[in-house]
Design a protein around this ligand. Structure first.
Ligand code: GLN
Length: 466
């Protein structure tokens, strides 16, 4: 794995160049059989590397000069195919960049390619891609998690410095956890969603997947900030993510889960959780048990809100406005195009979403889910008036074998048991690497703080060694 912060030091010291680095990443991508990338931008990346070297030589290197970036393929890149891992968008080339892509490129990042994902970011294993599964970076036959599995593998297999993911219910943190990376979902509204192909607009958030928290802060500081093209973008005065000073943990209150909410955790994850709590205690933190309220309804609430919004967002893919058109004589173009273009998981979600929004069931499902959403936000508000940081597992277990959960969607959905609540409430959260299990599979643990306490969240992650 290659950290950008370390690379930058080496480039400034003259012990490496951007051209060499990009070439070696391209070689590694070619040699890799992970299927992490759907598109590789070889020529433009090499060209930009030459320009980046010139800037370093001239002493005009920008904050992310020469950072080799992989972008999840549901984020719009002008003139670069953006498929959302769907057959429907096989040939789609956006005519504009997502705001964050513009910001990162203007700061010197080099896009090396677009990464594989679960179709339209729906899934937890990257097995729902129309372009083939992604292999776990170190354990062949295992999944890298999802939906940002291509991005996780790209970083963890050493194919780029940093990758971007999107997180609607855990899709940055869960694959980061399964692949031994830092995965950070910023506060909702912190990072512009303009140009992110919408799955569930009130839950989606873009964030970085990195080797360490320093890289995560560097990249997010460039991405974040108000964007008038995103109606939910937050206008804030704090525009930096400074994590240079060390957080003094001593005397700080950390909320942890009570034993009954840890039932079902794999032993290795439980042991890592307990060890890290002990480590915090040793550093002087005050540990308090706080049960996560409504956790048992987190998954149903998430799947009602997410599918309801998805069924509406995906209406634009009809073979007329967007998507590959299919026609059969005497049949409706939209029905034929949608039946052919979407994969089974996307269809399942559209069906579910349409159902919970239908007039007979709206109150029973959708309205009820919104009420739970309010209760969860209230829970967090109260919690963060009492604790500095809330510490929990990221996933109940480590990476699983390919095919193991595809026949049982509910089991797959449970991968996000500990992650969906932060999307539902909008708070920031981060998964950090926390060792490995007996088979050498990575374990991740999750930190959460209050709304817009992103800098504090990253400081905690750094203090815990990430
Ligand atoms: N795994 C969850 C789902 O399938 C979350 C996906 C995401 O965060 N994009 O919806």
């Amino acid at each position: 794995m290659h950290s950008y912060a370390e690379f930058r030091q080496q480039r400034l010291a003259g012990t490496t160049t951007c051209s060499e680095t990009v070439s070696s990443f391209l070689k590694a991508i070619e040699a890799s059989s992970h299927n992490a990338f759907l598109t590789v931008c070889k020529d433009s990346a090499l060209e930009q590397a030459t320009a980046a070297d010139a800037r370093f030589e001239a002493g005009t290197a920008r904050p992310l000069e020469g950072l080799v970036l992989a972008v999840k393929d549901n984020i719009s890149t002008k003139g670069i195919r953006t498929t959302c891992a769907s057959k429907f968008l096989e040939n789609f080339e956006p005519v504009y960049n997502a705001t964050i892509v513009d910001r990162l490129v203007d700061a010197g990042a080099i896009i090396i390619g677009k990464t594989n994902l679960d179709e339209f970011a729906m899934g937890s294993s990257t097995e729902n891609s129309a372009y083939g599964v992604v292999d776990h970076p170190t354990h062949t036959g295992y999944v890298p998690g999802g939906s940002s599995g291509g991005s996780a593998t790209a970083v963890a297999a050493g194919l780029c410095h940093v990758a971007l993911g999107s997180d609607t219910g855990g899709s940055i943190r869960q694959p980061a956890s399964l692949c031994g990376l830092v995965g950070y979902k910023p506060t909702y509204g912190r990072v512009s969603r303009y140009g992110l192909v919408a799955f569930a607009s009130s839950l989606d958030q873009i964030g970085p997947m990195t080797v360490n928290v320093v890289d995560a802060a560097l990249v997010t500081e460039i991405m974040m900030g108000y964007d008038d093209r995103d109606a939910t973008s937050a206008e804030r005065e704090d525009t930096t993510l400074d994590i240079s000073s060390d957080l003094d943990i001593s005397g700080k209150v950390v909320g942890v889960l009570p034993a009954e909410q840890l039932e079902g955790l794999e032993d290795s994850v439980r042991a890592a959780y307990d060890n890290h709590i002990q480590m915090l205690r040793n550093k002087g933190a005050v540990i308090e048990e706080h049960a996560m309220q409504h956790v048992e309804v987190g998954i149903p609430t998430y799947y009602i809100i997410a599918t309801a919004e998805a069924s509406s967002n995906l209406a634009r893919f009809d073979g007329v406005r967007y998507g590959v058109r299919k026609e059969h004589e005497g049949e409706d173009i939209m029905v034929t195009s949608r039946s052919n273009g979407f994969g089974p998981e996307v269809k399942r979600r559209i069906m579910l979403g349409t159902y919970v929004l239908s007039s007979g069931y709206y109150d029973a499902y959708y309205n009820k889910a919104l009420k739970v959403r309010h209760m969860m936000s209230d829970f967090y508000k109260e919690l963060f008036s009492r604790v500095d940081m809330y510490f929990l597992p990221t996933t109940p277990d480590t990476a699983f074998k390919r095919g193991e959960r595809t026949k049982d969607p509910v089991k797959m959905y449970l991968s996000d048991y500990y992650t969906v609540s932060s999307n539902i409430a909008g708070i920031p959260s981060i998964s950090i690497p926390a060792g490995t299990d007996e088979a050498g599979l990575p374990i991740g643990l999750q930190l959460q703080t209050g709304m817009f306490e992103d800098a504090k969240l990253l400081q905690w992650a750094k203090a815990m060694g990430a």
